[in-house]
Design a binder for this molecule. Structure first.
Ligand code: AMP
Length: 140
């Protein structure tokens, strides 16, 4: 599948649409999922244009998992979750809806999250959690 430069995460990377950011560096952006499946649900994306894991360069994949490790640790501390689920979908047949590779960081269990309604979260609530995650990152 060829990369669509107008997918929603590409637009977020170009700052054409807003996000609630928790982390950014030269290669990576992390922000709150707008329809969280649990409090603290965070997405981590590389800046490299890639639809899925298989399109990502090996160097970018190695960098991305290190950033996921860093940010997931901060999400765990900020939400005081006992456990953290990571997931990453490749292809529509796997359930991927946004065609720019992303890791989900989900406090708690994905089985519990499946019962959570998929609705846009209150922006102020997301901002509050994002502030806590940024503080936890600053402490790491
Ligand atoms: P996936 O099904 O793995 O492709 O997940 C895409 C995720 O992106 C879903 O959890 C959506 O809630 C989330 N999402 C879609 N649009 C936005 C957006 N503008 N800002 C933040 N998260 C989004």
């Amino acid at each position: 599948m060829s990369y669509d430069p107008d997918n929603i995460f590409a637009k977020i990377l170009r700052e054409e649409i807003p996000c609630i950011k928790v982390y950014e560096d030269a290669s990576t952006l992390a922000f709150m999922d707008i329809m969280p499946q649990a409090d603290g649900h965070t997405l981590v994306i590389p800046k490299q244009a890639a639809v899925d894991l298989f399109e990502l360069s090996a160097d970018a994949a190695a960098d991305l998992i290190q950033k996921v490790q860093l940010i997931a640790g901060a999400v765990k501390r900020a939400t005081q979750a006992d456990g953290i689920t990571l997931f990453q979908l490749n292809g529509a047949a796997a359930g991927q809806t946004v065609p720019h590779i992303h890791f989900h960081i989900l406090p708690g269990s994905i089985l519990a999250a499946r019962q959570h309604a998929s609705v846009n979260a209150d922006r102020e609530h997301l901002q509050t959690i994002a502030t806590d995650i940024r503080a936890a990152l600053a402490d790491s």
